[in-house]
Design a protein around this ligand. Structure first.
Ligand code: HEM
Length: 153
């Protein structure tokens, strides 16, 4: 049991750092930089896909959630109601619930949107100054990375 707890904690904490850290890095540094790079960002996104970023991230998130549920199971004594009346129990169950919600939103909303955007990007002309699809190069740039074209224009 002690060994299981130890392994679960390592997976949970390291996975949580990787999951949340990646999203913070993406939101505050990577996506703004790619957005400014415009069409040049396309090959970089392609390399992320090649290195299976869009498989690794959800897998790590899933491991964090599953290890968290198992930790809750163990530390609450098989989900004993009395544990959830304590501050610790309430904190872990509410924050765990929020993390599960974030995970589901990522899998069922953000991921399919990103995939669709990737497909749209593949179908766009490669030349950055092309005006055929979205008017100016600037609007092409804005809809090429972080926001769907329908929202960016
Ligand atoms: C973004 C996702 C998550 C992050 C970043 C995260 C982070 C952490 C961290 C840093 C700890 C160690 C805290 C300490 O030992 O004082 C912890 C513990 C814990 N987490 Fe999470 N967590 C996440 C998701 C979840 C989920 C989904 C659940 C369950 C539904 C959960 C349940 C727990 C429990 C029960 C503990 C206590 C483990 C113990 O005392 O051995 N967590 N979490």
């Amino acid at each position: 049991m002690l060994a299981e707890l130890l392994v679960l904690r390592v997976i949970h904490v390291v996975g949580g750092i990787f999951w949340v850290g990646s999203h913070l890095f993406n939101a505050f540094f990577l996506f703004p930089a790619l957005e400014r790079a415009g069409p040049a960002a396309g090959p970089i996104m392609g390399m992320f896909a090649q290195r299976r970023l869009f498989v690794v991230l959800p897998t790590v998130a899933l491991l964090t959630v599953l290890s968290g549920v198992r930790l809750l199971w163990i530390t609450s004594g098989d989900f004993a109601a009395v544990y959830f009346d304590t501050t610790r129990g309430l904190t872990f169950s509410v924050s765990g619930g929020a993390a599960i919600l974030a995970f589901l939103l990522g899998i069922f909303v953000a991921r399919p949107t990103a995939m669709r955007m990737g497909a749209i990007r593949q179908s766009l002309p490669r030349h950055p100054t092309s005006r055929h699809v979205h008017g100016s190069p600037r609007s092409w740039t804005r809809c090429s990375v972080a926001t769907p074209c329908s929202l960016a224009s």
